[in-house]
Design a protein around this ligand. Structure first.
Ligand SMILES: [Zn+2]
Ligand SMILES: [Zn+2]
Length: 512
């Protein structure tokens, strides 16, 4: 699991110019923020690096030279937007204009946010300079081009075979390829980025869309070096392993077309196995915008709420097949009526009752009856189905299956009512509790990828030492006699007040 922050994207240079800092400083600051946010949300990478390392530059230059050597990159002249008032060539994102495909008026020079298509700056209708608002001129400049057009047929055949891809990702890519592929320039007249390893190009750089995707490979190599086994990356890139790319839908063509074409050209490296791109998440019915501060910021969120409440909502409501919405009302409702009512209360009820009546230990059951066996079977089959959902990147399906097991366990308890028989039939009561206690241990395992903090807590409450992630994924009943930890609630109920407070906070902070 490797990734990193992109140091060379134009948002970085635009921000640096606004704040009067160097792109390096800006990139480092955001990188640290990302690291802190990932950690506090329980998102773990084997390596989360940056594209600013010398390792990355080296891997990119090797990629470039190999593609050049094989004729997949060629030298050509390009007419570029030049702002006479600013006296500079304008990088793609420094130009805005009308999208030639969908007529969206605020399309950027690299991509249209509305229809998602990559764009060459020259294609924009009524282009304008983002710095001064003036109209850019055209000026010729020499650049390197990636011969994407050559790969179109191979890509088309390959994508047609990928029947396991999400429909939206596959359809978008096929439509795109059917319209034909244009060669694209991969260098720019800028001074921030990776040096072009060719004489005469000292004042130009390799453009970010070409080099950022190489980051997956360079990060794998860096990870292997850090492991002290420099060749270990080959297990993931040259042998039979499946690679998954987790991205948002605005990045689809770079991962389903550009990067696979580069890999085909380079030869000997694995193509992506799956690219389960998510659609967009809106906030309170509107498009998220960090520049206008229509956003929920992770550090701000974590001052008041737990990571698992957010992780639950984002998992159960993930925009896997279409856009979905985050609202504070939904946040409170999902936390209280689902996470807490179905799962948290189940855990608390079973653990407090067992702890009180069985000396704080997992009781020794008598012979299990049909209903108890059926519940344990259901837990085992749910574990398998969650496993399959995770492998196919169907996360909503996975977490819903786990929650429905919790619901089934609640029904079992209602029927069996162990609290009614504790006084008279102690052994029957112990037998009744044994199955739900073991289900809790299974729930902890299958929910760990979604809710790592509460799973870890439940692991501890069930009397285990150590970390959930050290356990194997699998079905086990709890050992009788295992000492439980004193019960504590897994989740807290959120006040309805939160809805009004947070929505007004969001509106107050919004910038025009
Ligand atoms: Zn468009
Ligand atoms: Zn200008």
């Amino acid at each position: 699991m490797v990734s990193g922050s992109d140091q060379h994207g134009t948002p970085i240079t635009i921000r640096a110019e606004q704040e009067g800092k160097s792109p390096d400083e800006i990139a480092a600051k955001y990188h640290q923020e990302f690291l802190r946010s990932w950690e506090s949300l329980g998102i773990n990478f084997d390596l989360f690096t940056t594209t600013g390392t010398s390792n990355h530059a080296q891997v990119v230059q090797d990629f470039f030279l190999k593609l050049l050597d094989k004729g997949h990159i060629y030298r050509g002249s390009m007419t570029l937007p030049y702002c006479p008032r600013c006296q500079r060539y304008l990088p793609d994102r420094y130009i805005e204009g009308t999208c030639p495909y969908c007529s969206y008026q605020e399309a950027r020079g690299d991509q249209c946010d509305k229809c998602g298509k990559p764009i060459n700056p020259a294609e924009l209708i009524e282009p304008r300079c983002r710095i001064c608002g003036g109209t850019p001129h055209s000026k010729d400049s020499e650049h390197f081009f990636l011969r994407l057009s050559h790969f179109r047929d191979r890509l088309l055949d390959w994508v047609k075979e990928q029947s396991h891809w999400r429909q939206n990702v596959r359809h978008f890519t096929l439509r795109y390829l059917e319209e034909g592929l244009k060669d694209r320039a991969i260098t720019r007249d800028i001074d921030w980025g990776i040096v072009v390893p060719q004489p005469g190009f000292e004042r130009k750089r390799i453009y970010v869309w070409f080099e950022a995707v190489v980051g997956y490979l360079s990060a794998s190599k860096e990870w292997a070096e850090l492991q002290g086994e420099g060749k270990k990356w080959t297990a993931f890139w040259q042998q039979g392993s499946k690679s998954y790319y987790f991205i948002g839908k605005d990045n689809i063509p770079f991962h389903t077309i550009v990067w696979p074409a580069m890999l085909m050209g380079y030869e000997g490296l694995n193509l992506p196995h799956d690219i389960p791109a998510n659609e967009f998440l809106t906030i309170e019915g509107r498009r998220l915008s960090t520049s206008r501060n229509w956003a929920v910021w992770v550090p701000d969120y974590l001052e008041r709420y737990t990571p698992d409440s957010l992780r639950y909502l984002l998992s159960v409501n993930m925009p896997e097949t279409g856009d979905t919405d985050f609202s504070w009302r939904e946040f409170v409702r999902r936390n209280n009526d689902e996470l807490l009512a179905t799962y948290g209360n189940l855990v608390h009820r079973v653990l407090t009752f067992t702890y009180r009546h069985f000396d704080g230990c997992v009781p020794t059951p008598g012979e299990l009856d049909g209903a108890s066996k059926a519940l344990l079977d259901r837990a085992e089959s749910t574990l398998d189905s969650v496993d399959a959902s995770l492998c196919h990147c169907r996360f909503r399906e996975g977490i819903k299956a786990a929650l429905s097991l919790a619901q089934e366990t609640n029904r079992y308890l209602e029927e069996k009512s162990p609290w009614k028989i504790i006084k008279k039939e102690r052994l029957a009561c112990a037998t009744t509790l044994f199955a739900p206690l073991s289900v809790l241990s299974c729930l902890k395992t299958m929910l760990y990828p979604f809710l790592p903090f509460s799973s870890q807590k439940l692991h501890h409450l069930l009397g285990f030492k150590g970390l959930v992630e050290e356990e194997r994924w699998g079905f086990h009943t709890l050992p009788s006699g295992q000492r439980l930890a004193p019960p504590e609630p897994l989740f807290v109920k959120l006040d309805e007040q939160v809805v009004a407070e947070e929505t007004s906070r969001l509106r107050e902070k919004e910038e025009p």
